[in-house]
Write a protein that binds this ligand. Structure first.
Ligand SMILES: [Fe+2]
Ligand SMILES: [Fe+2]
Length: 294
């Protein structure tokens, strides 16, 4: 189809792939199955917070475009990612508009989370978002189980599949980056991978929306801190969808599995990945030797 293009750009192929599985807001969400008796007040409140969190794709896209000015292929792909993430926010707001109009976020509440992120290394941001998509895929699978109302359950299942596909697209760009930048890319991915797969050992949920991204605005420089209810995410994870150690392990396993494929080397634990990270660091130092593929 795109054979006429003398290019190894990923954007044309990802566009085609993602368009072929894209869902329709009106036709593919079973709005008429709504059952008000199965939606509790606390469940409805979480949908509002989640709608605002998904809106964070706006400042994230601004960051991606700024920090990837030298990469037009990836920047073009951002148009797809941005569209689909904004649609996630929109479908949650549409749900509230239909069934709990009092909870639809205001434009000001949405605008509150649009702030400038500090510049960051593009390869690390890429890996951060890859891990973020994997994590979100699992969070939304749990959210679909926790909710009792059929329409919102369907919406969370739909979103979780989109997040998995986003992870797959970012993985393609990571693979391309290793081809282009070699050890430098591998080191960036291993570094962020160790951080992102260590969530059990940290107090806070490790997701891009929960990280400090603007020193000047600290401590109100995470997306979560700028929500109407900044405590929402931790409460949602711990008390509501109960994202426990079993689920956390699934996230870590997915990250390690994909990094194993990407680096052509098996990582069975975060510790193994951390050892590899140190090897890569050493080889990047002047006079360092390239790490072996075990
Ligand atoms: Fe999303
Ligand atoms: Fe996503």
């Amino acid at each position: 189809m795109f054979g006429y293009m003398r290019t190894d750009m990923l954007y044309p192929e990802l566009f085609k792939q993602l368009e072929s599985v894209r869902w329709d807001m009106d036709k593919d969400i079973p709005w008429d199955r709504f059952d008000a008796s199965l939606l509790s007040e606390e469940q409805a409140q979480t949908i509002k917070m989640n709608a605002i969190t998904e809106w964070a794709a706006l400042p994230a896209t601004e960051m991606f475009l700024r920090d990837n000015r030298n990469d037009s292929d990836f920047s073009a792909f951002m148009s797809i990612w941005f569209f689909e993430e904004q649609k996630h926010s929109l479908v949650l707001m549409e749900y509230l508009r239909r069934f709990r109009p009092d909870l639809v976020p205001t434009e000001e509440e949405l605008h509150q989370i649009r702030f400038e992120f500090d510049p960051a290394p593009a390869l690390e941001t890429l890996m951060l978002h890859f891990c973020g998509e994997i994590r979100l895929n699992h969070w939304y699978r749990r959210a679909a189980e926790w909710h009792t109302e059929p329409v919102i359950r369907h919406i969370y299942q739909t979103l979780s599949q989109d997040e998995a596909r986003h992870g797959g697209a970012y993985l393609r760009y990571m693979k391309r980056a290793i081809g282009k930048f070699g050890v430098e890319a591998q080191a960036a991915f291993a570094k962020v991978g160790v951080l992102m797969a260590s969530a059990r050992r940290t107090a806070q949920a490790l997701h891009p929306t929960n990280l400090h991204v603007n020193k000047a605005l600290f401590p109100r420089d995470t997306i979560q801190s700028r929500l109407p209810n900044p405590e929402w995410l931790e409460h949602w994870l711990d008390q509501q969808i109960r994202f426990d150690a079993v689920w956390e392990n699934k996230v870590v396993d997915r990250i390690l599995h994909n990094l194993s494929l990407l680096m052509d080397r098996s990582f069975k634990s975060v510790q193994e990945l951390n050892r590899y990270r140190k090897e890569l660091q050493a080889s990047l130092a002047p006079g360092g030797a390239a790490p072996s593929a075990a």
